[in-house]
Design a protein around this ligand. Structure first.
Ligand code: 3PG
Length: 210
């Protein structure tokens, strides 16, 4: 059966989505987030260094759960597991990923935007789903509408969410966690302003605790 992603991410209400520009940068970003109180990160496979960045965080930042994002096929899923990712996230899903995650024994958050996608994910045993792209699909209303028919599904809305919107999402009973890139702004990352990232993490943790 599927690895319980909800149990793995319990207590991690905010999961920053970060696209790494380098391995040392990634380790510094993960340390800053952790210092700000955040214990899980999604590193997207959108740059050539992403796989090494995942491995470096898994090895060098104890206490940080590192996941891989933008996982588009089974080969990538295998590779991120080998690199040390403890969970994987996709912007959508496919049969090979839904079943491959179960076979490989890695916690997996498939992306969903429609009821049929939720049904396919649930049928494969996945209970924590990335609701993406949240702001573009009116996710707050979807979450309310899906509470009845998909009572056992939990969601991690991501896409267009920032600190100002986070509270409204976190208030929904079927939201387990939130994803977003607002905690790792490109200008701060490239400038090496890790103090700002730590501050953004602290702010996000505080609003998740409200
Ligand atoms: C993702 O892949 O999850 C998104 O790029 C993150 O969304 P955001 O950048 O709008 O927060």
């Amino acid at each position: 059966s599927a690895v319980d992603a909800q149990a793995l991410l319990r207590g991690h209400r905010i999961v920053p989505v970060y696209t790494p520009g380098g391995v040392e940068e990634a380790v510094a970003v993960a340390r800053a987030l952790l210092a700000g109180g955040i214990g899980a990160i999604e590193v997207t496979l959108r740059t050539a260094v992403a796989m090494d960045a995942i491995a470096a965080i898994a090895r060098d930042v104890p206490g940080m759960k590192v996941g891989a994002g933008t996982v588009l096929d089974l080969a990538q899923l295998r590779d991120v597991q080998r690199a040390g990712a403890s969970f994987a996230v996709s912007p959508g899903s496919s049969a090979e990923l839904l079943h491959g995650a179960v076979d490989l024994g890695i916690a997996y958050l498939p992306g969903v935007a429609t009821g049929s996608e939720v049904m396919a994910a649930l049928a494969a045993g996945h209970r924590l789903l990335k609701l993406f792209p949240a702001q573009a699909i009116n996710a707050l209303e979807l979450l309310a509408a899906w509470r009845g028919p998909f009572a056992h599904a939990r969601f991690c809305p991501t896409g267009g969410i920032d600190a100002a919107l986070a509270r409204d999402y976190l208030r929904q009973s079927n939201v387990a966690c939130l994803g977003g890139s607002w905690l790792t702004p490109a200008d701060a990352v490239r400038a090496g302003d890790f103090a700002r990232i730590q501050h953004l993490a602290r702010e996000a943790v505080a609003l998740a605790a409200d």
